[in-house]
Design a protein around this ligand. Structure first.
Ligand SMILES: CSCCC(=O)C(=O)COP(=O)(O)O
Ligand SMILES: [Zn+2]
Length: 242
């Protein structure tokens, strides 16, 4: 269902006004500043969305994500996809339908990064498939026996985290000309790999989500650590799986 605008979308400043640093409108701005410093959301790419109660908080599209202020944040009613708050002269993030795909499946926060490590991993998986004479489409990034895998949960509806001897499998989808056109293939990957908390986008980046902000952040950091390590392992000729 596409998002629509409610009659009062220009007002409702109370929805984004709080002295609590963990209020989603404040938290999105703080997180994006730290993600910018990690190289995740530079050049306006990438972003973060948080769901609290019935409301989804969304950054504007095409803005410098590290400079956003709470008054720039959109608020969407999850149940009927209608905007309760729509800052004038701004458009909601093009990632909104992708964030919604994660929220529809129970996530509390979704992080989209343009990390170069994520992009490189998608290229290395593609290169390896070509080297074997295989079709890279539908291939996943797989890695095992690395301690940081323990930073990723076992799966939706399962308790606990992956163990050292578990294999982490992250599906990869093909990029499209427009961010929103990724939605169908992202949802297909989510259905095909119901345990995944991340989907890589070839030559683009990664979507990582979690039950809440803390978990999504931990998972995004763990994933990025593993992507970076995987790139360095490949450079050294070390295999990702035994
Ligand atoms: C140079 S960024 C291109 C768009 C993109 O991939 C992205 O993640 C940012 O989308 P938004 O609409 O949130 O600016
Ligand atoms: Zn993007």
């Amino acid at each position: 269902m596409a998002a629509t605008e409610s009659a009062s979308a220009g007002t409702n400043d109370h929805l984004i006004t709080s002295s609590d640093p963990e209020h989603p409108a404040n938290h999105i701005c703080t997180l994006c500043r730290s993600f910018y410093n990690l190289g995740w959301v530079g050049g306006t790419g990438g972003g973060t969305s948080i769901k609290r109660g019935p409301h989804i908080f969304i950054a504007p599209s095409g803005v410098q994500k590290e400079l956003m202020q709470p008054h720039n944040i959109f608020v969407l009613e999850h149940a009927n996809r209608s905007y309760l708050r729509k800052p004038l002269e701004l458009k909601p993030s093009a990632c909104t339908p992708l964030f919604l795909a994660a929220f529809d499946r129970g996530a509390g926060c979704c992080i989209h990064t343009h990390s170069q490590w994520a992009v490189l991993v998608t290229l290395l998986v593609e290169q390896e498939a070509h080297a074997k004479g295989e079709d890279p489409m539908g291939k996943c990034f797989e890695i095992e026996k690395i301690e940081q895998i323990k930073g990723i949960p076992k799966g939706r509806g399962k308790s606990g985290m992956l163990g050292f001897f578990d294999k982490l499998v992250v599906p990869i989808i093909e990029n499209t000309a427009h961010e929103e056109d990724l939605t169908q293939s992202l949802e297909e990957a989510m259905e095909k790999y119901p345990d995944t908390y991340a989907v890589l986008v070839r030559r683009h980046g990664v979507y990582v989500w979690g039950d809440n902000v803390q978990k999504a952040k931990t998972q995004a950091e763990s994933m990025d650590y593993l992507f970076r390590l995987a790139v360095e392992m490949k450079r050294l000729g070390l295999p990702w799986v035994a």
